[in-house]
Design a protein around this ligand. Structure first.
Ligand code: NAP
Length: 278
């Protein structure tokens, strides 16, 4: 299979490939992760809650791609944010993945009302200091909580992972990340498939001779400081999603896509998990 080369984004010594492969709800996870790696993906996004870390690990080992070439990510779930639970969860993830360390460890969702954020950030920093994670970050934090997390964490965060696609306005969170030097990692970058019938994206895709997925991903990475982690079980789609660095969108096209933001654009919003989005 053809190998693509993917630009990397830097923060605090972390070098994060700008396109990664998501694994939430990914069927045949092992096989699909292996295909992604053969196609040139070097950023694999997993989580303890996805229940497929073992399969992802099998896929990684099957390819023979050296471990050090892969930017491997996992996350600790909101119910495991007490220090002892956190440590147990990290241990389990490493065993599932059959690795000694992950490149990036996230708090998957915040839970500050139930568990003091300071305890969680201490546990996250400890995983890094113990060599179990090269870098650390948080997911699904709003700007207020992210600022608090950075203040409480004894080690630097490198990225915030949050939902971002043309239907969701993330200007405030993105500006905050830029200001404090965090990479923004966009999950659900294709709006979990909701973008594919959009007439504006469809027109731009036709004009450019690209697909809607490529236009949506290009719009994200062209903004700068953004990595995106689409999930696919289709090798043609996987290859397509990597090929977004050989064309550019005009300012007018970028603005047309920004204008697609809508108040009901958010997809990942489990009841009661985050009280106030930005
Ligand atoms: N931190 C968090 O709380 C959080 C929450 C949600 C997601 N995530 C991460 O973000 C990843 C991506 O988000 P997601 O899985 O929700 O949704 P997504 O990547 O926005 O959308 C996935 C859908 O898009 C299709 N697709 C992918 N590439 C395509 C392409 N090039 N052309 C056409 N269709 C394409 C896939 O179908 P095919 O399989 O047919 O290609 C699938 O139906 C997750 O897998 C997970 O790793 C994190």
């Amino acid at each position: 299979m053809m190998q693509a080369s993917i630009p990397r984004l830097s923060a605090q010594g972390a070098e994060i490939p700008a396109i990664g492969s998501g694994t939430s709800q990914l069927g045949n996870c092992g096989e699909n992760v292996a295909t992604a790696l053969k196609l040139g993906y070097r950023h694999i996004d997993t989580a303890w809650t996805y229940g497929n870390e073992k399969d992802a690990g099998v896929g990684i080992r099957a390819t023979g791609v050296p471990r050090k070439e892969i930017f491997l990510v996992t996350k600790v779930s909101h119910e495991n944010l007490r220090a002892a639970d956190f440590a147990r969860s990290v241990d389990e993830s490493l065993k599932n993945l059959q690795v000694d360390y992950v490149d990036l460890l996230h708090v998957h969702w915040p839970s500050p009302e139930k568990i003091p954020l300071g305890e969680t950030m201490g546990a996250l920093a400890k995983a890094k200091r113990d060599g179990l994670a090269r870098h650390i970050g948080v997911a699904n934090f709003n700007t207020a909580l992210l600022g608090e997390a950075m203040r409480l964490c004894p080690e630097p965060l490198v990225t915030l992972q949050a939902e971002y696609h043309p239907y969701l306005d993330q200007s405030k969170l993105l500006a905050f990340c830029r200001r404090v030097g965090l990479i923004f990692t966009a999950f659900c970058p294709l709006g979990r498939g909701r973008l594919f019938k959009d007439p504006v994206l469809s027109d731009i895709a036709r004009d450019k001779g690209k697909t809607i997925a490529q236009i949506a991903l290009r719009w994200l990475v062209q903004q700068g400081n953004i990595a995106a982690i689409p999930r696919s079980a289709n090798p043609e789609h996987m290859a397509e999603s990597l090929t977004v660095f050989n064309f550019t969108l005009t300012d007018e096209e970028m603005e047309k896509i920004f204008a697609l933001r809508r108040p009901d654009g958010r997809i990942a919003n489990p009841a009661g998990r985050v009280s106030a989005w930005d």
